[in-house]
Design a protein around this ligand. Structure first.
Ligand SMILES: *Cc1c(COP(=O)(O)O)cnc(C)c1O
Length: 360
């Protein structure tokens, strides 16, 4: 059976090696006589899986000891709500950066809980750039500053870390966590839905500095309180066990690749290959400011939109799928997460070149 080259934005491609391991262990995990899906989350087998996953994630990201790793459900979207519930800590307002579709959704939810100061916006240029920090209007009394480190739909990525002084920095890294090394100590909280660059849908990773835990709204619902997750090792209720297991296999795969510095080199090479082609093309183009282009999600348009369908059809015939752009922006988008190989990106570029020759 031939596997497709999957350019989906999420749920997205997973490393084939990981899928093969999971398949081999499906009926009998390590001699336990059961699938990971069938295990008690409190049994020693699954506990060892969850512990290893957290240990490997901490190692990959060099997470300092004063940060908790929480395994949550509800997607990144639930974090749009849990963040104000937990981090406002009695303050009336929070600062948000408006850089695209995901930032807008985060802002919309935060407005249910507090005054939102939009410190900068790139809406003036159709969300095609990352506003430089010199243009931000930060409030030193804000409870926290929230930004979207990689806008999955617009294809805009921050290649620098904002400096918010003593105000905690909160980052939605749903689509670029684990694509490169980061300095966790610069953040108050980092969160990511797993289904982009980490593992299956159903798991959300929250990395939060300990001193920010325990200040939720009065009498917070148990499932919305970070403290409840931290105090119970993310096992207050049944966690998404199979998703944690697969994410754990992905972490081991990342370590075998040489860790995040090695992965970053691959991601630079992959994205450069595609952007260099786009910049030299007369038929295809990418709308994002060069310095802010995402290494994970590459939107592009054809000069003549009436060719879109033919382009997608030809791609499918060559085993390349999920290239259609997000419904809000149209055009195409190639998501080239860690699990998409350089040869996969090369195949796409080869096809685009051929398409351009025939239609340019
Ligand atoms: C996909 C995505 C989300 C939403 O994630 P869900 O897990 O579907 O809630 C939020 N932010 C970013 C940057 C995303 O890419």
């Amino acid at each position: 059976m031939a596997r497709v080259i999957n350019f989906s934005a999420g749920p997205a491609a997973l490393p084939e090696e990981v899928l093969r391991e999971a398949a081999a262990e499906m009926l009998d995990w390590h001699g336990s006589g059961q699938s990971v899906m069938e295990m008690s989350h409190r049994g020693k087998e699954f506990m060892s899986i969850a512990e290893a996953a957290e240990r490997d994630l901490r190692e990959l990201l060099a997470i300092p000891a004063n940060y908790k790793v929480l395994f949550v459900q509800g997607g990144a979207t639930l974090q749009f709500e849990m963040i104000p519930i937990n981090l406002l800590a009695g303050k009336p307002s929070a600062d948000y950066l408006n850089t695209g579709e995901w930032a807008k959704k985060a802002i919309k939810e935060a407005r249910l809980f507090c005054q939102v100061n939009v410190v900068a916006s790139s809406e003036d240029k159709a969300f095609s750039y990352a506003p430089p920090q010199s243009a931000w209007k930060l409030d030193k009394d804000a409870a926290y500053v929230h930004y979207t480190a990689n806008e999955t739909i617009g294809g805009v990525e921050f290649h620098w870390v904002p400096d918010t002084g003593s105000v905690p920095l909160v980052a939605d890294m749903s689509s670029n966590l684990l694509s490169k090394p980061i300095d966790v100590s610069k953040y108050g909280l980092i969160y990511a839905g797993a289904q982009k660059n980490i593992g299956p849908a159903g798991l959300t990773i929250v990395i939060v500095r300990e001193d920010l835990i325990g200040h939720a709204v009065p009498t917070p619902p148990a499932m919305l309180d970070y403290k409840n997750y931290a105090d119970n090792d993310s096992m207050y209720n049944t966690p998404p066990t199979y998703a944690i297991y697969i994410a754990g296999l992905v972490f081991q795969w990342l370590k075998r690749q040489g860790g995040l510095a090695a992965i970053e080199r691959q991601n630079i090479a992959k994205s450069k290959l595609l952007y260099d082609f786009l910049d030299g093309s007369r038929l295809f183009k990418n709308p994002v400011a060069r310095a802010d282009r995402s290494r994970m999600n590459v939107p592009f348009t054809l000069a003549d939109a009436s060719l879109d369908e033919e382009f997608l059809k030809g791609a499918k015939a060559r085993g390349m799928v999920q290239l259609k752009g997000h419904r809000s922006v149209g055009g195409m988008r190639a998501s080239i997460y860690n699990a998409v190989s350089l040869s996969g990106v090369q195949a796409l570029v080869d096809y685009m070149r051929e398409f351009e020759r025939e239609h340019g």
